[in-house]
Design a protein around this ligand. Structure first.
Ligand code: F6P
Length: 329
């Protein structure tokens, strides 16, 4: 093995830089050259790259974002794009490509297998934590920390004004962030894919209104609803209107948005990224089509197909914890 290429792809996640660093330093140790391509798969389409040295990556562990930039890439859905990416890898005599990203990025990797015979390794990095075969993905812990700190601040105003707050968190179509943040902040309500579906929204609304009214009778605290993005029709403003229409309940809306993707990675994410990066370099020399993960304290290798095709539901234990301590539910 002489040369490994790296890309960061899809939504950036805190800890991506720590993963790049770990790969480059491991390669340096094993006298393997590292090339970083910019802007995810687009860098491979456009031959936009730089060699990555140990000196360059040594000081980046604490930085959010990614020094390699990131992007989504529609061309990876077409044969022409896949062929072009394969050509670039061949031209640079790359032996293995390590993709740091989420499930969309891994699907691109699987499609590339048809056109390129080098080794393909995935490192799961997305704030959404929606990949199977790893307990957590790089970036998830940091996003949960950021959202928790933000909601703790919102809570002060919620309590001072005895106000209902609807706080939307990210997660695309999964509720890992919503449930973890909801529990960590003691949210009065968590509305996510795991406990609401499109057919039950009327019932959810009725229960929510009852819960808000019942809390008003018993204490003078604020009422924080943590809402998963893409769940409620018309988003948090839709829910605000529904509460107003249902029982004249006033609420304030706060969309946490991209602050959840940014900032310095938490220690957990830095350590996870470091461990997965080291194992990715080992795996790149022995196998292809695998995702490196960490399950029950052990660094693991799983077939990338399993990682992308299997669902990773929010832990039943977390869901039960919410129901057990959530007053009035
Ligand atoms: O996958 C990470 C994520 O931040 C999701 O939580 C969110 O739905 C999506 O990316 C937003 O994507 P974009 O930055 O392309 O709008």
């Amino acid at each position: 093995m002489k040369r490994i290429a790296i890309i960061t792809s899809g939504g950036d996640a805190p800890g991506m830089n720590a993963a790049i660093r770990s790969i480059v330093l491991s390669c340096h140790d094993q006298k393997i050259q590292c090339i970083g391509f910019y802007h995810g798969y687009n860098g491979l389409l456009n031959d936009e790259y730089r060699y990555l040295s140990a000196d360059l990556v040594a000081p980046i562990i604490q930085h959010g974002g990614t020094i390699l930039k990131s992007a989504r890439c529609q061309e990876m859905h077409q044969d022409e794009g896949l062929k072009q990416v394969a050509n670039t890898l061949t031209k640079h005599k790359v032996d293995a490509l390590i993709v740091i990203g989420g499930d969309g990025s891994f699907r691109g990797m699987m499609a590339l297998q048809t056109y390129w015979s080098g080794n393909l390794i995935g490192i799961p990095a997305t704030i959404d934590n929606d990949l199977a075969c790893t307990d957590t993905t790089i970036g998830f812990a940091s996003a949960v920390n950021t959202a928790t700190q933000a909601i703790d601040k919102i809570r002060d105003t919620a309590n001072a004004f005895e106000r209902v707050f609807i706080v939307e968190v990210m997660g695309r179509h999964s509720g890992h962030i919503a449930f973890n943040v909801g529990l960590a902040t003691g949210a009065e309500s968590i509305l996510s894919f795991e406990n609401c579906n499109i057919n039950s929204l009327d019932q959810v609304k009725t229960d929510l209104v009852a819960k808000i009214q019942s809390q008003k009778q018993t204490n003078q605290n604020g009422f924080v609803i943590v809402l998963a993005e893409n769940l409620w029709p018309n988003g948090p403003l839709g829910l605000k209107k529904d509460l107003q229409d249902a029982d004249k309940i006033e609420s304030a809306v706060c969309v946490l948005g991209y602050i959840q993707r940014g900032g310095s990675p938490s220690p957990e994410d830095r350590i996870l990224a470091t461990e997965l990066g080291i194992e990715a370099v080992r795996a790149a020399q022995e196998s292809t089509g695998v995702m490196i993960g960490k399950v029950a304290g052990q660094v693991t290798r799983h077939c990338i197909i399993r990682a992308t095709e299997q669902n990773k539901p929010v832990d039943q234990a977390l869901r039960s914890a919410y129901h057990q301590i959530s007053i009035g539910s």
